[in-house]
Design a binder for this molecule. Structure first.
Ligand SMILES: *Cc1c(COP(=O)(O)O)cnc(C)c1O
Length: 444
């Protein structure tokens, strides 16, 4: 059990004096390009609570962006990572390997969709995993083009900036970008011009038509998609869209890559979001939730594709660090023991009806969507025009923050409030967080 009391507590204004002092030091020394959602400095965290340096306890609806799925400093993560820290901290897997790395790859083979032979390679960050998925798909297919989608997000390194769709803040001024990246429409049900019912079929037809006519299927190495789009605004592609693209990829020898960095590891109520429509991707990228907060990422996929790269072609000094691997084994053990996919479904069952009731009451909520512990509301100025309401979204987030509820803003139009609680959060905290949101809605 976590030591930190599972209750919200405000003892100063947000941010408090100690946080403000640290913020002044931070501004003097930390590069301005690195932003923060809230200027409160963390002291400790666990379960569904984050305590700041002034002693305020916030309800955590962010999980450090879908990372601390098992809760902060989860018991098994701390136990296994601490033991590993004491044994050795690093040898470099490319110099002398160790069991933890292999054990994580075994778990990934077991947990990811499909019963084909699978292999994995481990890295430090999600962006690095996506870059390596592209390398692997290219060497396997001997093709170069990579297809990504409107509203997609894949990271901030040079190649992944090119894969990412949103200019501000991710790309603006940071070019030139990598070549041979092509963006096609995604099935965004809420904003599909002819309505949500037609969205899956029409969007997949459009995407496939563009790939065929503008790139040529025979030139495409990989199609990369988030099964639930994260930074783009928690967009669940309309039913039929993902299966159509996966089938098109299969028919044309294209590597289908599911970027499950945000949606994976129990977040949506299944181990991986692509299971929702029975998709078996050729490659799957994971990070965020995989290791309870330690930096670890992976590419997992069909053995024959994963083995296409020559020895020494993949890797990195720290990739699959032994402490991060130990943490991952602890996180995965926790997910299994506590049945976190079921816990995510339970969270959805509490959140969705309450958010739907708020939508009835407040016109500003245009859409309620998401699955499991990956839920969002999209805010609009007008329900008919669906004009995005980024100002109201920012004001709502700020009102929640002031009351001690940590929420994150997302979406291409900056008008989506997303909820990513640790899946171990208690029902009381979850409901209290929703109460705060409801009060904040009344005030904006
Ligand atoms: C966060 C994220 C990434 C990038 O991961 P980093 O660890 O920040 O590099 C890539 N893809 C998706 C879907 C993400 O949510």
């Amino acid at each position: 059990m976590t030591a930190i009391p599972q209750e919200r507590r405000l003892v100063t204004a947000i941010p408090g004096p100690k946080s403000q002092e640290l913020q002044a030091r931070r501004i003097a020394t930390v590069a301005g390009g690195v932003g923060s959602t809230m200027p409160v400095f963390a002291a400790r965290a666990g379960g569904g609570v984050l305590e700041d340096v002034d002693g305020n306890r916030l309800i955590d609806f962010g999980s450090g962006i879908a990372v601390t799925t098992v809760g902060n400093s989860a018991e098994a993560v701390v136990r296994r990572a601490s033991a590993q820290l004491a044994d050795f901290t690093h040898t470099c897997f490319m110099v002398t390997p160790y069991e933890g790395y292999v054990a994580v790859c075994e778990q990934l083979a077991e947990l990811t969709p499909g019963d084909h032979a699978k292999k994995s390679a481990l890295f430090n960050s999600g962006a690095e995993a996506v870059e390596n998925a592209v390398k692997i798909a290219r060497i396997h297919t001997k093709r170069q083009a990579v297809v990504v989608f409107d509203h997609g997000y894949h990271g901030r390194t040079n190649l992944t900036m090119a894969l990412t769709s949103k200019n501000m803040p991710y790309k603006n001024g940071f070019g030139p970008f990598a070549p041979e990246i092509y963006r096609v429409p995604v099935a965004y049900p809420y904003r599909w011009p002819t309505g949500a019912e037609n969205c899956g079929a029409e969007a997949s037809a459009q995407a496939i038509d563009q790939i065929s006519k503008q790139i040529g299927a025979e030139n495409v190495a990989a199609i990369i998609i988030e099964p639930v789009l994260g930074e783009g605004g928690f967009i669940e592609p309309a039913k039929g869209f993902l299966p159509a693209l996966a089938a098109f990829a299969k028919d044309n020898g294209i590597v289908f890559v599911a970027d499950e960095i945000q949606s994976g590891f129990c977040r949506t109520g299944q181990w991986f979001a692509c299971e929702n429509e029975g998709i078996v991707p050729d490659l799957i990228t994971t990070a965020k939730g995989i290791a309870g907060g330690l930096p670890l990422a992976a590419v997992t996929g069909r053995a024959e594709i994963m083995d296409a790269a020559h020895s020494g072609g993949l890797g990195g000094t720290y990739g699959g660090n032994p402490v991060a691997c130990a943490a991952a084994l602890g996180a995965i053990e926790t997910m299994k023991e506590l049945d976190l996919p079921a816990k995510a479904v339970h969270i959805e069952q509490i959140m969705k009806p309450r958010l739907a009731a708020m939508q009835e009451k407040y016109d500003v909520i245009g859409d309620v969507r998401g699955r499991g512990g990956m839920i969002a509301i999209e805010l609009v100025k007008d329900r008919t025009t669906k004009e995005p309401a980024p100002e109201a979204t920012a004001a709502l987030a700020k009102a929640c923050h002031t009351e001690g509820l940590l929420v994150l803003v997302t979406g291409t139009y900056g008008n989506v409030l997303r909820f990513l609680p640790p899946l171990v959060i208690g029902d009381d905290l979850l409901n209290e967080g929703l109460d705060i949101l409801e009060q904040a809605l009344a005030g904006i």
